[in-house]
Design a protein. Structure first.
Lengths: 569, 344
């Protein structure tokens, strides 16, 4: 073959191949045909390839694509929120962020005997009408299987928390699950059973492969227990869910959910304005007026998250950080109302505490530290920081400059806050050096030399929450300090013995009033010592088409009532 | 010629090894993939330590590279952290055709991930490249033949504007105009994002409709640049003696321009296109992101930002191999275009 013919052939083949590949391509992931040992489950209808013309299709936009669907293989928010669509929790939360029974007959408590007097045993009684989407009953065996799979070292689950706190799990009958603890664990309701694994589907897989890591069900769950079942997932493109005809609470009103992955915020806004989607997530706040002008509703739901500054009082921190007067001066030297007004269009406000989304745990009377630069300067003078040489930056008696390092990730709004804070703190004589990195570098380990782990960043900014809706958090525990022996420790802030003691104590108090009192003490202590400073609230923002009805969101399980959503005529 | 091709292919093998080693070292030093697996919340130290061990990320770098290259099914690994390697390794390695599993999309083979996205990318990028070549040759030749005419001046001005425009601006502006404003004005409008409308289904017409704006965005800026290039090389070729001779022989103008002048003027263009084609596999990161086109560009961006080494290595090795192959093909095209060039 001559060179000329060879090249023409090659070119033709390239073009034809690409067209054929795109037409045929790799098929979107569809529910896996996992082997099952279930005794003759009722046959399920295969999901339709194309919805019938009259089917009601809800179109959602996610700005991030889930990595996996197995509830225990990833903790991404965009995966967690899908659970209420196709999986199930024993007790989801409603729009008031209060848990209600779903798989259980009632929430365990000391009053109903579900929690033993010593707090070491929690008993769950399951409903007798709950079934997987293939009709197989959900029983205590599924809970036992879920627990065992999470704890098995051959499974690379994202977290074994809090299952590693159990000393054992008993299933005396199909409707009863008994959890045993070594010590009382108050946050159990917020942390346990965030998703169920079907034993009849996955146990054969585990026995054959020795692990669930490569199970097809992780990416294409053939059965679920929510109002919808998984139908299709095209990588980078979309996921599709169709109504679960076996849903024990009755089939949902909308036939199909189509979730499109649109990573660009501006594109998401354009698609919502053009009517190409019914639900959007976390729109840029600057786009909110344009969205509202087109008739979209913006629904805001507290989810426990607040953007805040975490203060470093470790020995490695810059001089001054260990002095509470310096931290208070910083708190009063930043105009957070202006930040919320100007950078966030006044749609948020500065939270006073890390627990503002759970007001019952915040002592009455606590308000955000006011913006008072004069008071801030007075505090710095009192603490011995003065500007002797007139360069605008204060020094201590030894001549150390009051230069602090502020670190955060590369998110745009954070860069803006840094710029504003730098300018405002300069006005009270503090030199703020700015640092920003990608998340995987910022939150790297001690052994990786991550600056926050090494204690080299004085003020760290990101959005975080307690284990909402529970007030528990372990960020300030002394044994979480990153060290060469504990390179992944995430107490980047310092060891305060009193804070450590109170944090551990509240976790073991099963009586609500006792726990509330201790948590309030923690909140007050951290407020007085400025261990954390709120910059702006970070609730969930939802963009909802006006043609939808019945839509409510929860901050814990956002789509908790999706079965009741419908379209207006 | 055959010997030349074989020699080049053999030379590529050590080159690919070196590339893979350098890329692997680079990837393993740009971040910790486990750091972001906790989602919105930080991961507990014990979970992080466990996952680091289970994913083999606690091994020395050269061991990780070795496992990536040849697999670890010939050895045992310690999954339960008791210091005893008890479980057979599951990986086959690149040399046996397995690029491993994604660290993000747990349990998904890298080859499956790439195979799902590659057709979408080829569809978009090959279409854009065909549009670019056709339009830039047409515009460039016309401009060269009508130098300093009104149309040439207009084309020149548009080229300079287009070439200096950032692609994200062009993409968003075209989306806003042709999708939102046209719809608002009651005109026929184009879709905003994705490959198809779910209510209509994934049909060829739907895909074609959804391709228009991304192909336009990718090709507009390149046409602006390439047409200037073609114009310059054509002007140079049209001044050559052999073109004057061809005209003097009485050959038709079409033959003079397209057979004699364009063929010689296109040699540098072939070089550029030859360099471009393998990069088509990498997709168009910005365009794919804006139009939510599920291609390789987005795959790369999503996974490199989370230090997902197996996926990023798979993509980069694919592109590296493609660059080498298309370099060889470019050399062959040179030989076809210019009979004076011969390889031994």
């Amino acid at each position: 073959m001559s060179v000329k013919k060879f090249l023409w052939t090659a070119l033709l083949l390239t073009v034809v191949t690409s067209l054929v590949l795109s037409a045929c391509g790799a098929p979107a992931t569809e529910p896996a045909a996992e082997p099952t040992e279930a005794p003759a489950p009722p046959p399920t209808s295969p999901p339709p390839e194309v919805p019938p013309a009259e089917a009601k299709v809800l179109k959602m936009i996610f700005t991030q694509e889930p990595a996996a669907l197995n509830p225990y293989y990833s903790n991404m928010w965009f995966e967690l929120i899908l659970h209420q669509i196709w999986n199930c929790w024993p007790w989801p939360s409603d729009d008031k962020n209060e848990a209600y029974p779903n798989l259980v007959t009632e929430l365990p408590s000391t009053e109903n005997g579900g929690i033993s007097e010593d707090g070491l045993t929690i008993t769950m009684n399951l409903r007798d009408d709950i079934v997987w989407s293939d009709g197989t009953p959900i029983t205590s065996a599924d809970f036992d299987f879920t627990y065992k799979m999470v704890m098995d070292p051959k499974n690379g689950v994202s977290s074994q928390n809090p299952y590693d706190k159990l000393t054992g799990l008993e299933t005396p009958d199909e409707r009863t699950v008994v959890m045993k603890f070594a010590e009382p664990f108050a946050p159990w309701k917020a942390l346990f059973w965030r998703g169920m694994l079907p034993k009849h589907i996955l146990e054969p897989v585990f026995e054959a492969e020795g692990t669930l890591d490569t199970a097809e069900w992780n990416l294409a769950p053939s059965v679920g227990c929510g109002p919808y079942v998984f139908a299709e997932w095209e990588s980078g493109g979309f996921q599709r869910y169709v109504k679960n005809e076996n849903y024990w609470l009755g089939a949902p009103k909308i036939d199909e959910i189509f979730i499109q992955f649109v990573p660009d915020d501006a594109s998401q806004t354009a698609a919502l304005i053009a009517g190409d989607a019914d639900i959007g997530t976390f729109p840029p706040l600057t786009d909110v007026p344009a969205l509202q002008d087109t008739g979209m509703n913006i629904m805001i739901q507290a989810s426990g998250y607040n953007e805040g500054w975490f203060f470093n009082f470790r020995p490695e921190a810059s001089p001054g950080m260990s002095d509470v007067r310096v931290r208070r001066a910083i708190a009063m030297g930043i105009d957070r109302d202006a930040i919320n007004r100007d950078l966030l269009l006044g749609l948020t406000k500065a939270p006073a505490t890390f627990w503002d989304a759970m007001p019952s745990y915040v002592p009455p009377g606590i308000k955000p530290w006011p913006y008072d630069p004069e008071a801030a300067k007075a505090l710095l003078e009192e603490a011995g920081w003065t500007d002797k040489n007139g360069d605008g930056i204060r020094e201590d008696a030894k001549g150390n400059k009051l230069t602090l390092v502020h670190g955060t990730t590369i998110r745009g709004i954070r860069q803006d806050v840094q710029a504003v804070a730098q300018q405002q703190l300069l006005e009270i004589g503090i030199d703020l050096q700015l640092m920003s990195q990608e998340s995987d570098l910022f939150f790297g380990s001690y052994s990786d030399g991550a600056a926050v782990a090494l204690g080299e960043v004085d003020i760290m900014e990101w959005s975080d929450a307690p284990y909402f809706p529970d007030p528990d958090t372990d960020y300030w525990l002394c044994d979480q300090l990153p060290t060469p022996d504990n390179p992944y420790g995430y107490n980047y802030f310092g060891c305060d013995e009193k804070l450590d003691k109170l944090s551990r104590e509240q976790r073991t108090l099963m009586k609500a009033e006792e726990r509330q009192a201790v948590v309030q003490e923690i909140v007050q202590y951290m407020y007085d010592n400025i261990n954390w400073l709120g910059i702006y609230e970070d609730p969930d923002y939802w963009v909802v088409s006006s043609r939808l009805t019945g839509v409510k969101f929860s901050g814990v399980t956002p789509f908790y009532n999706i079965a009741e959503w419908d379209f207006t005529q | 010629m055959i010997r030349y091709v074989i020699r080049r292919l053999l030379q590529a093998i050590p080159l690919l090894f070196i590339i893979s080693l350098l890329l692997f070292i680079l990837m393993r030093n740009i971040g910790d993939p486990v750091a972001t697996l906790g989602g919105r919340r930080m991961m507990r130290p014990e979970d992080r330590e466990r996952l680091t061990r289970q994913l083999g990320l606690d091994k020395p770098l050269f061991v990780q590279y070795l496992y990536w290259l040849v697999g670890n099914d010939w050895t045992k690994v310690d999954l339960d952290g008791d210091g005893v390697a008890e479980t057979q390794g599951p990986r086959l390695g690149v040399l046996r055709g397995e690029f491993g599993y994604s660290l993000m999309a747990r349990g998904k083979l890298v080859t499956d991930l790439i195979w799902e996205r590659l057709p979408n990318t080829l569809l978009l990028m090959v279409s854009a490249e065909v549009v670019i070549v056709l339009f830039s040759v047409a515009v460039g030749v016309y401009s060269a033949l009508h130098q300093y005419s009104k149309i040439d001046n207009v084309v020149t001005a548009i080229s300079f504007i287009g070439y200096s425009m950032p692609i994200f601006f062009l993409a968003l502006a075209s989306m806003y105009i042709f999708a939102i404003l046209f719809k608002r004005w009651g005109l026929p409008y184009l879709p905003t994002v994705g490959m198809f409308d779910p209510e209509a289904g994934k049909t060829p017409l739907q895909v074609l409709q959804h391709m228009i704006l991304p192909v336009f965005s990718i090709s507009a800026i390149s046409i602006a640049g390439y047409s200037r290039f073609v114009r310059a090389t054509m002007l140079e070729a049209m001044d050559e003696d052999y073109v004057r001779t061809a005209r003097a022989k009485g050959l038709p103008n079409r033959m003079v321009v397209f057979v004699h002048a364009l063929k010689n003027a296109s040699l540098p263009l072939v070089t550029i296109i030859g360099l471009d084609i393998p990069l088509l596999l990498g997709g168009a990161i910005v365009t794919e992101r804006i139009f939510a086109w599920p291609g390789m560009g987005r795959l790369f961006l999503d996974h490199v930002s989370r230090a997902d080494t197996p996926v990023v290595m798979g993509i980069l090795m694919l592109i590296s191999a493609a660059v080498i192959i298309f370099q060889i093909l470019t050399d062959l095209v040179y030989a076809w275009l210019d009979p004076r060039i011969r390889y031994t």
